[in-house]
Structure formats: structure tokens, C-alpha cells
Design a protein around this ligand. Structure first.
Ligand code: MLT
Length: 407
């Protein structure tokens, strides 16, 4: 008899953003004349940078003739892209990361979801609350949690990120093996200082733990004193894996390209207590389960690092940050407590009511889609998240409607 993985049965309803999309679809069907403005899922709306589309076109032309056609590429990504990443995203910031420590993939969602399979079933997991739901749900699927009770899965060490700690979790009292951190944070938009991040790196070292650092939103950091990579912290290469994405800075949500950094020094332990480097294991997994990102997409991603690409991606990010400023200002005028928006495309708003109720009210009365905070964890209850990923005109319109309804 074929039996299912019963851990899947512990998952709550459907995936957060599928659930929201369904609700919005139903609302649109019931109100076909209402114009909906989406400030919910963090999906970009601006076109790919010209430097990227030019490189994309050129690479497609190469695929059109036998002489320059490419079949399977290296699973880890082409050297041209890995080298551009290492040089521009790390070495230029004083972080000693080499090209062969970069694994190009089709998304940070997949990588942050898949990485957990390198570790034992009984690994103790620490996860921020609130946070991007993928970290928790993939560990539920893998059987690392108990049942769901009162808004939380048993067996997980939740790292509460609340107003009281400025949305940066404190070190846990119970000792974890694997620690997820996400900064600039999704959903709160909060950031971590170098000193705070150093505390986590030291903690991981002292406790033989590993940090999974999701830096998908680093491009939105305006404050130059803040770290964009965990590898700006001394010693992090031994205890941290970092995830990055071209989705938010260069508009690749539909094009799909991201990467994961696994430094050669980074290790976990075998059952005898010996250090085992993670790099060969992730490489092994990647080669067995993944066949690489397409050549044209990798050429388009490489173009992000050309002079024109750098200017054009900065302009895209600046545009979204201008939206974030507008949202933050209007929310402030409405006297809501909020965080984020300054170094992040997300604004996390204390709504002082049930977060799904707030979501329904906003959709019904203004046609604006937000993300209910409870979807990111128990500490998100009472909050909503507004995303700055839309056109300035739409954000202006959305905020005018919200002002009219909530003022
Ligand atoms: C979000 O809205 O939290 C993100 O868009 C989700 C994602 O990047 O997968």
C-alpha cells in the first residue's frame, strides 16, 4: 500500500499567497467593475532592465545557430555569471567569496526550501516569527515538527520579532542546530546591524549551529552602515549559507534566477562529531536534482553587473523605494505604528485588529490587496504588510483610497 507523507497533513490550509490570490480572484469575479490594486505579494511590476533584455535577446540568437547553440550547462551555473556575482556582490564589499562557492538556481524560494534536506530529521530548527513561510513549511513537510497547535508547530524554536525587540530576534534560550535569518526582513522590512549580526555569527560558532541567511532584499538597503551580506561579518563563512535573488532588484520574478552561497569552510557535523563541509553535499544535490538555469537567463542575469545594468537596476530599486516612502508617509499620517520601508520594499503596519479582517476590509472598501500579518506567523497577528512593488501612480491611488477609508 502506497502511503503518503503524513507530515503534509499538518500544514495549514493552502500556501499564503495562493490563498490570497484565490480570495482576490473571488472578489474580482463578484465585483467585475472594481479596480484592484495589488500591494500584496512582493511581485515586481516594472520591465526587465534594458541591459538584461539585450543580453537575453543576444543569447537567444546564439541558441538559434548550431555553431553557438548550448545544451546542458553546468548545474552550478556558468562561470561568467558566478564570477560576476563573486566579484560584484561580495569581493567589492570586502567579503572573500569565490566564484566556485556560488550555486546559480531558479529561485531563492526553491533554495531556501530545499537546503533543509542536507540536515538530519532531528535537527532543532529556529525560525523567526513573523517570516517568509517557506522556511517553516518545508521543515513541516520534512517531518521536523510536531502538530500545529494554537498558531504554532510543536518542536520549532520560534524567534519572536516584535516591536519590543525592534523586530530583530534575541538569541534563543533553547539551543538550535539550524537558524533561519532574513534581513532586510520579509515581512517586517526591519534590518539588522553588523553588531547584531555578529552576535548571531558568534552564537552559531559557539553552539556548532548553522545560519541560513536570506538576503533576497539586500538591494533595498539605503543605510550604508548596514550589512548586505552575512559574509561582511568575520567568521561567517564557517557558519553561514546565504541566499540571493535577481527577482526583486532586477525584476526576475517571472524570468527566474537566483543563487546560493556555500563557502568551502562552512560545515555541519556527522554522527561521530566530525566536521563535514556542506559545499560538496549541496553540489551533489544540485547535480542530481537540478539541471541549471537556462543559458539566456544567465546571460540576462550577468548583464545586471554591466555598467548599464548597474544603473538600470539602481533606478528600478530607487523607484520602488520612492513608493515605499509614499506608503510610509501616508501610514504615518494615519497614525498607525509601522516599521520598514526605509531599507526595504515592505511596510509592516500594526493594524490593531485581526489581520485577515483588516485584509478583507481593505479589499472590500478600497480594492487594495495587502498581506495579512498572521500569514507570516503568530507574531504577525494584528499586522498587515503593504508592498511597494507597483507603479507610483497605483501606489498613490491606493494610498488615497486607504486614507479616505481609514482617516
Ligand atoms: C512575498 O510577497 O513575500 C514574496 O514575493 C514571496 C516570494 O518572493 O516568494
Amino acid at each position: 500500500m502506497i502511503k503518503i507523507n503524513e507530515h503534509y497533513l499538518k500544514l495549514q490550509a493552502s500556501y499564503l499567497f495562493s490563498n490570497i490570490a484565490k480570495k482576490v480572484g473571488e472578489f474580482q469575479t463578484a465585483n467585475p467593475d472594481k479596480e484592484i490594486i495589488r500591494l500584496g505579494i512582493g511581485d515586481v511590476t516594472r520591465a526587465l532592465p534594458k541591459a538584461c533584455t539585450e543580453a537575453f535577446h543576444k543569447a537567444i540568437d546564439e541558441m538559434a545557430t548550431d555553431a553557438s547553440f548550448r545544451g546542458y550547462g553546468p548545474e552550478q551555473g556558468y562561470d561568467f555569471l558566478r564570477e560576476a556575482i563573486a566579484k560584484n556582490d561580495f569581493q567589492a564589499r570586502g567579503a572573500d567569496i569565490s566564484a566556485d562557492e556560488i550555486f546559480v538556481s531558479d529561485g531563492a524560494k526553491c533554495d531556501t526550501g530545499n537546503i533543509q534536506e542536507l540536515f538530519t530529521r532531528d535537527a532543532k530548527i529556529a525560525i523567526p516569527d513573523p517570516v517568509y513561510p517557506v522556511y517553516l513549511e518545508t521543515n513541516v513537510m520534512a517531518g521536523r515538527t510536531g502538530e500545529y497547535e494554537d498558531g504554532r508547530y510543536k518542536g520549532i524554536i520560534y524567534l519572536d520579532s516584535t516591536k519590543e525587540n525592534n523586530y530583530v530576534p534575541s538569541l534563543p534560550t533553547e539551543k538550535p542546530d539550524l537558524i533561519y535569518l532574513c534581513f532586510p526582513n520579509n515581512p517586517t522590512g526591519s534590518t539588522i546591524t553588523k553588531a547584531e549580526l555578529k552576535t548571531w555569527v558568534n552564537y552559531a560558532k559557539d553552539n556548532q549551529a548553522l545560519i541560513l541567511f536570506d538576503a533576497a532584499y539586500e538591494a533595498f538597503i539605503r543605510d550604508k552602515s548596514l550589512p548586505k551580506s552575512i559574509y561582511e561579518i568575520d567568521g561567517a563563512k564557517e557558519v553561514a549559507i546565504e541566499f540571493r535573488s535577481f527577482s526583486k532588484n532586477a525584476g526576475f520574478t517571472g524570468t527566474r534566477c537566483a543563487y546560493t552561497v556555500v563557502p568551502k569552510e562552512c560545515a555541519a557535523f556527522d554522527s561521530k562529531g566530525n566536521r563535514q563541509p556542506i559545499h560538496p553535499l549541496w553540489n551533489r544535490r544540485h547535480c542530481t536534482k537540478f539541471n541549471g538555469v537556462s543559458y539566456p537567463v544567465q546571460r540576462a542575469a550577468e548583464a545586471v553587473y554591466s555598467d548599464a545594468g548597474k544603473d538600470q537596476t539602481s533606478e528600478l530599486v530607487a523607484g520602488y523605494l520612492k513608493n515605499a516612502d509614499l506608503i510610509a508617509n501616508e501610514i504615518k499620517n494615519l497614525s498607525f505604528d509601522f516599521v520598514g520601508g526605509d531599507n526595504s520594499p515592505y511596510i509592516w503596519i500594526q493594524g490593531n485588529r485581526d489581520s485577515w479582517e483588516f485584509f478583507d476590509m481593505l479589499l472590500d472598501q478600497t480594492g487594495v490587496v495587502c498581506t495579512p500579518g498572521a500569514g507570516f506567523g503568530k507574531c504577525g497577528e494584528g499586522y498587515i504588510r503593504l508592498s511597494a512593488f507597483n507603479s507610483y501612480e497605483n501606489v498613490e491611488k491606493a494610498m488615497a483610497r486607504i486614507k479616505k477609508t481609514l482617516a
